[in-house]
Design a protein around this ligand. Sequence first.
Ligand code: FE
Ligand code: FE
Ligand code: FE
Length: 205
Amino acid sequence: MGLFSKDIKTFEDLYKHGLQDIYYAENQIVKSLPTMIDNASDAELKRGLQQHLRETKEQVKRLEQVFKLHDETPSGTKCPAIDGIIDEGSDLIGEVEDKAVLNVGLIAAAQAVEHYEITRYGALIAWARELGHDKDAAILARNLSEERATDKKLTVLAERRVNPRPATGNATQARRPKAAASRRTAATRRKPAQKKQRKKSARRS
Ligand code: FE
Ligand code: FE
Ligand code: FE
């Protein structure tokens, strides 16, 4: 950003800035996923992250198509948010001793990344439509749907108890007959919206 002038002047500029932000973020994610994959000891989590790494590389290419639609060279602009989320995940890898506990932490760290991406793509798609860039919106929507699917898969993994039972948990809680509630930890607590959706799908089946 210039010292005496502001670089983002129009809505279109803001949109382009957002594209550069997510382009930077996706590239950082491509760089950081291999470390997460190496440190995931649960086979399904590892496979899920590997699949998302392949998807993320395609997402970068899709963003490059969007830049191309505007005759622009793909470029990124530093996104402090994704850098922070990724740093927090790498710190965790150095801090957690138990491998099973680390799997739990890695799921949450990966979901933090997905949630950031979901907010960004959500805004960018809305902006693209408003600005009349329907082709962009269609391409971006493909990335968004992959982020959402990944987030859902991670939730399923968390709930399937990749999460270990606490070794020295609260004895009263452990003895409670309705174990479901006591087994649920902060890491796997569902958001109200997700709960609603589960109820809906339960009704359907
Ligand atoms: Fe992505
Ligand atoms: Fe950002
Ligand atoms: Fe993602």
